[in-house]
Design a protein around this ligand. Structure first.
Ligand code: GRF
Length: 213
């Protein structure tokens, strides 16, 4: 499956996808990386891997619709079938989401539907949850909503700061995103209403319990 990635910055999740795609038996390849930020670190990661990149600066466009149409044009020209948001910091709207419906996924740093939006790690600490994590989901018009493909959980520790918690969640993100993309590329994800169903037995038996019993 030929995928496109939308980024705005560091691109560590993009790097995880690049690394996964390098394996001979991985069923996806990245055809194009699009950044809305000039000089995003993720662009260098793609270039180093020999992947085509383009910058579509949102400020160059009068409307969000025109910005998104320009991105769709680039993705279509690259033959992209599925779009992965990987730290893409613009809210996507109607026509773009419609054009890529069920072919547009995102990684969000919380166990959705808890903590949509920004500052998820600080919100998790303020709420006192003992498990936190990340989710890969299909993009819908409601921000950080949409059928969930996969989630990874990490234990929250008593001495966690938003930064320390973010760092542990990020490690989990880098494992989760390639795993979910693989399932999609293998055609093992079906959407039934508001829910994504995974074909085959992928759920582990063991619970993650915090505190350790
Ligand atoms: C990640 O935490 C991701 O979940 C969120 O933005 C961050 C992007 O980091 N959407 P990176 O650019 O992939 O390093």
């Amino acid at each position: 499956m030929r995928v496109g990635a939308l980024i705005s910055g560091r691109g560590s999740n993009l790097q995880a996808l690049i690394d996964a795609c390098a394996a001979a038996d991985y069923p996806a390849e990245i055809g194009l990386v699009v950044s809305n930020q000039v000089g995003a670190q993720g662009l260098q990661r793609a270039e180093r891997a020999g992947i085509a990149t383009t910058t579509v600066p949102h400020r160059d466009f009068d409307t969000r619709a025109a910005f998104e149409a320009a991105m769709t044009g680039q993705l279509e020209a690259a033959g992209v079938e599925l779009v992965c948001c990987a730290g893409f910091m613009r809210v996507l709207t109607g026509a773009f989401i419609g054009r890529w419906r069920d072919r547009l996924i995102n990684i969000h740093p919380s166990l959705l539907p808890a903590f949509p939006g920004l500052d998820t790690h600080a919100c998790a600490l303020a709420a006192g949850v003992k498990l936190h994590g990340c989710s890969v989901h299909f993009v819908r018009e409601e921000v950080d909503a949409g059928p969930i493909i996969g989630q990874a959980a990490v234990a929250v520790r008593a001495d966690d700061t938003p930064e320390s918690l973010a760092a542990r969640v990020l490690v989990a993100e880098h494992r989760l995103y390639p795993a979910c993309l693989r399932l999609l590329a293998e055609g093992r994800v079906r959407i039934a209403g508001d829910v994504a169903r995974i074909e085959g037995d992928v759920a582990p038996e063991a619970p993650l319990i915090n505190p350790v019993p």
